[in-house]
Design a protein around this ligand. Sequence first.
Ligand SMILES: Cc1cc2nc3c(=O)[nH]c(=O)nc-3n(C[C@H](O)[C@H](O)[C@H](O)COP(=O)(O)O)c2cc1C
Length: 423
Amino acid sequence: MSIHLNLFMLLPGHHDSAWLHPGCDSARVTDIHYYLELARLAERGLLDSVFIADALWHKPRSNYCGGLEPLTVLSGLALGTEHIGLIATASTSYYEPFHLARMFSSLDHISGGRVGWNIVVSNSVNEARNFNRPAMLPHQQRYDRADEFLAVAHRLWESWDEDAVVRDRANGHYTDPDRIHRIDHQGEYFAVRGPLNIQRSPQSRPFLVQAGASEAGRSFAARHADAVFTVQENVRDGARFRTEMRRRAAANGRTVKVLPGLIPIVGATQAEADEKKRELTGLQAVDYALEHISMMLNVDITDCAVDAPFPVERLPPADSIQGNRTTYELITGMARRLGTTVGDIIAHQGFGRGHLVVAGTPERIADVIGTWVGEGAADGFNLMPAVFPAGLADFVDEVVPLLQERGLFRTKYDETLLRRRYE
Ligand SMILES: Cc1cc2nc3c(=O)[nH]c(=O)nc-3n(C[C@H](O)[C@H](O)[C@H](O)COP(=O)(O)O)c2cc1C
């Protein structure tokens, strides 16, 4: 049994200042050949899958430099790779189920059964404003819509029986119409007649991933997701979260894999890894970081000094946050518990927004992975290199062989279908 390793391919890297790093080729964020080089590198390391995030608006001055649309990227990656799973983010708040069911089915055909969908409900009002709406649907309603979206998508993916294509030359029938079904869905958010206009794909449906951490998000994930991406800071909380998600999924007769984010900073020595970390923090633009945190927390803290205590008293109550509650909880929890300064929060958020950062030798990173898996805190990890391509190459070349030596990770690809690989 292998642990699962997914590559979170966010260009130019998961550190907020990745693009300023001398080792980063940030001009290539719209170059499909660059995405392909990275996916092949991940495939050389036998990783389970690569995943591409998405947001439907432009974040001014953000680290995210305006890269390619994820579903489009996956078509390119599907043709240039052989084994690795390909997961794209798409929002149930702004697409229609027919669109996504069709696109993921197409990609499943193109990739030979390697496609996955990271289901998001979207959490910024700026996205709503790009789709004819002055405001987002409230948090719970976004998840209600997502639930109905998934129900419709599943019925569309199943609308062609596996043997619907008969290619009966004698009678001139390409398909058997009795094996292709309308769905006639009438619900609160969608009215969809069906059937889908493409035949069943190798996996029938994509591998499904979800990362919502709120009550509504967890309950949704337990009903729909094959795997969950999560932000976990320590083994104890990670184990508690994984136990809870497995219990919730089991109550729905399902299983789910839990993949916390991990930012590995690999050094030949501990001192070298620590120095790599310091170098990235030193590249951070303070005014951008303050704007970003203000936006996440729905409060203006742009007037704060870096060495001042983080102003917890100015924060709005949690239930007033309609956007990303998980990040809100992480930042406020840290500030309340540790009495951190504004600068500490900026440095912390700079590294992948609260995900586990492990700076150390390959042995230390392999130890941490082994401990989390051994303690039941993870089924594997969502790898988030601070800077591409170096952070990924270090992991593939230095850490993967150790995981293999320790019997934790596969030494060859076996399953072709992505869903099977994660079972
Ligand atoms: C690893 C990871 C990747 C995520 N990727 C995306 C993404 O690409 N697009 C997006 O809108 N949200 C993304 N999210 C945010 C989640 O979908 C979710 O909105 C967030 O965790 C807050 O949870 P909640 O909506 O249940 O409060 C991601 C979260 C995590 C932990």
